[in-house]
Design a protein around this ligand. Structure first.
Ligand code: PMP
Length: 366
């Protein structure tokens, strides 16, 4: 079995995983209602509340799936056909969210930035909230296609003041970017396992407020059965109470690994982990500036979990890094796809430091 990676994966997800997480996948298979899995599942749910900085009355959900499944779960458990919602669009994943909502029969107001790399206008959001009966406001905490970080705290406040739910896509942010679910009174914050939680892909994760669950209880046009919070709720409650339960077979190895990863984050301390991501982002940005390169996000908007960077006079940078053992990604935003590249700096790579050192030393030498 290969232990040592031949290259370092620094795309914006999936990212490197810790040796402890990797090792857990070699454990023997266990029943989803075995004491071992019950404990891991229950403990992971408790850990999520802490990493999300969510209130004791919030409800975590862990299901098999991708980030897109988490988006679908959030959308279909809060909105019915005929509802109206806002999407704060800062890139590709805002487009996806809007598309998903339209399929659900929701009337969508999309708020865009003036230009790629900008922040969607908070004034426009306030205006729409004032003039329409908005049920929910969606925002991508970090859009992986532009590297822009949304001001989630302000968006949550504007939504709350208008009586709308606030729902954030934290797929490229959770456990990397500061997010205080309880303090900011956000209603849904979802992610996927392959980003800053540093696990293989395969889990859709979210924490949901009491108000959001209440909204689901009042719905008449139900979500798809497999994504329904109310089908999953008794399962999550059972596991948290350290009892086995069944609705749809959980991905047991991934759930054990999730528990390990959350413990590692909490051992370091979530505030420290936020700082780790800030420092890593500062270092990468300084190296890129030294190379004369320009970021896609406008000043002050760049996320800490990834850097989206125009090629400038370095059109070969993705291949250059690859030849030195670090894998980074090309562009994703359809309008500028061929003009920029992306480096993921999140999760274990950032907490551990070795991968960051490798990246920085290569950047300084090319
Ligand atoms: N939202 C954001 C911000 C993402 O970065 C991604 C994945 N890159 C997704 C949603 C979708 O996640 P997945 O690819 O796991 O479906």
């Amino acid at each position: 079995m290969q232990n040592k990676p031949i290259s370092t994966l620094m795309i914006p997800g999936p990212v490197e995983i810790s040796p402890e997480v990797a090792k857990s996948f070699a454990e023997p298979i266990a029943s989803h209602v075995s004491p071992k899995i019950i404990e891991a599942h229950g403990s992971a749910l408790e850990g999520m509340r802490k990493v999300w900085l969510a209130g004791a009355d919030s409800q975590p959900f862990v299901i098999a799936g991708s980030g897109t499944i988490a988006m679908e779960m959030a959308a279909t458990n809060t909105l019915e056909p005929g509802d109206t919602a806002v999407v704060m669009n800062s890139g590709y994943f805002g487009d996806r969210m809007a598309k998903m909502l339209v399929r659900r029969g929701v009337l969508v107001h999309s708020v865009f930035a003036d230009e790629i790399g900008g922040h969607p206008s908070l004034e426009k959001l306030a205006d729409i909230l004032k003039n329409h009966n908005i049920r929910a406001v969606f925002g991508t905490h970090v859009d992986t296609s532009t590297g822009v970080r949304l001001d989630a705290q302000k968006v949550a406040k504007l939504a709350k003041d208008a009586g709308a739910l606030s729902i954030f896509d934290g797929v490229c942010a959770t456990a990397g970017e500061v997010f205080r679910m309880e303090d900011w009174e956000a209603d849904v914050y979802f992610t996927a396992s392959q980003k800053a939680l540093a696990l293989p892909p395969g889990l859709a994760l979210m924490v949901v407020s009491k108000s959001a669950l209440k909204r689901r209880r009042g719905m008449e046009v139900l979500p798809p059965l497999s994504l329904d919070w109310l089908e999953w709720l008794p399962i999550m409650e059972a596991y948290e109470g350290r009892k086995g339960s069944y609705f749809s077979t959980p991905p047991t190895h991934l759930i054990s690994a999730l528990n390990i990863s959350l413990s590692q984050v909490l051992e370091r301390g979530i505030e420290q982990v936020f700082e780790d991501h800030q420092s890593a982002a500062d270092l990468v940005r300084a190296a890129l500036a030294d190379m004369g390169l320009t970021l896609v996000p406008k000043p002050g908007l760049a996320a800490n979990t990834l850097s989206a960077v125009y090629y400038g006079d370095r059109p070969q940078i993705v291949q250059q890094l690859k030849s030195k053992g670090v894998i980074i990604a090309g562009g994703l935003h359809p309008e500028i796809k061929d003009q920029y590249f992306r480096i993921g700096h999140m999760g274990y790579s950032v907490r551990d430091g070795e991968d960051m050192d490798r990246l920085l030393s290569i950047l300084s030498g090319i």
